[in-house]
Design a protein around this ligand. Structure first.
Ligand SMILES: C[S@@+](CC[C@H](N)C(=O)[O-])C[C@H]1O[C@@H](n2cnc3c(N)ncnc32)[C@H](O)[C@@H]1O
Length: 277
């Protein structure tokens, strides 16, 4: 991995987390064929890049995103490194793989809460999975919090001119609102930026779990919560993509992890794994 890239570094923790799952899935499969993996909402394909480079000979990965910009950027950056893996512009519900029950693993990288209607999405995931296939969703729990951990650090990075956001006015508003509660500042950071928020409200974690449990059966669903997540916000706010930015992000991830383990911070990250039996 290019440890100097903020964007790749940002994706590494989730990959480390699910590596064991992918390894055991591979061992329990026929060994002869590559595992078929679909990543939904791959954005600019940074997680896709890590996944395909670190598991190149064991996986065949298709990354989809509804926006052309990210797919084009991913194709351009990866070039011939794309190999037999594929990046496709498509909304999940419009995506038509060549066969039914096509995938061993379907991964949503911070994208499931963007995919309404949720029940239809989960039904489709289920139908696209092979028997014993896995749904893995990397999500944000959005647990209401009064902690200022995130914005205290963001203010310092902003003062040091290390946040190169493509929404500078929005970021400035967030930074200047230190008198506002943290949840309000989150909303400012993500709320009205035209990134991808459709008219329907984003699905909550509770909605997501209800929907997955109903389709997969609660006993086939596991959740791993209280995980670091705020570090993504620094990348989202435009933490400079330089070796310095990467060093800062490494430090922030370590600080967040420690604060959670010490019980001083709520881990907003959650990973849900569901198996189709
Ligand atoms: C929060 S971003 C995450 C991007 C990337 N996976 C990451 O981890 O940095 C959510 C992504 O999901 C994509 N997305 C949202 N709804 C989608 C849908 N219905 N089908 C495919 N992609 C979708 C958006 O275009 C966006 O790139």
């Amino acid at each position: 991995m290019d440890s100097n890239s903020v964007h790749l570094l940002e994706q590494q923790l989730f990959l480390t987390f699910i590596k064991g799952l992918l390894d055991s899935k591979h061992v329990s499969s026929t060994h002869t064929e590559k595992l078929q993996v679909l990543e939904v909402g791959c954005g600019h394909a940074y997680f896709f890049e890590l996944l395909t480079s670190q598991f190149s000979n064991r996986l065949s990965v298709t990354g989809i995103d509804r926006h052309k910009e990210g797919i084009d950027a991913g194709e351009k950056r990866l070039g011939t490194r794309l190999g037999d893996h594929r990046l496709i512009q498509s909304s999940f519900l419009d995506f038509e793989p060549q066969q039914k029950e096509a995938y061993d693993v379907i991964i949503f990288t911070k994208s499931l809460h963007h995919c309404p209607p949720l029940d239809v999405t989960i039904e489709r995931v289920y139908n696209l999975l092979k028997p014993h296939g896995l749904l893995i969703a990397e999500e944000i729990a959005r647990i209401p919090t009064g902690e200022t951990w995130l914005f205290d650090r963001m203010e310092i990075l902003y003062a040091a001119d290390l946040l190169k956001s493509n929404r500078p006015h929005q970021l400035e508003q967030v930074i200047k609102s230190s008198d506002k509660p943290p949840m309000e500042r989150w909303a400012m950071l993500f709320g009205h930026h035209g990134h991808d928020h459709q008219h329907e409200p984003l699905a909550t974690m509770e909605d997501i779990l209800i929907s997955i449990n109903a389709k997969f059966g609660a006993s086939n669903v596991r959740q791993h919560g209280n995980l670091p997540f705020y570090y993504h916000f620094f990348a989202f706010a435009g933490l400079t993509d330089t070796p310095l930015g990467a060093n800062i992000l490494t430090t922030l991830i370590a600080q967040e992890d420690k604060a959670i383990r010490d019980g001083k911070l709520t881990g907003q990250g959650i990973i849900v794994v569901a198996e189709k039996l």
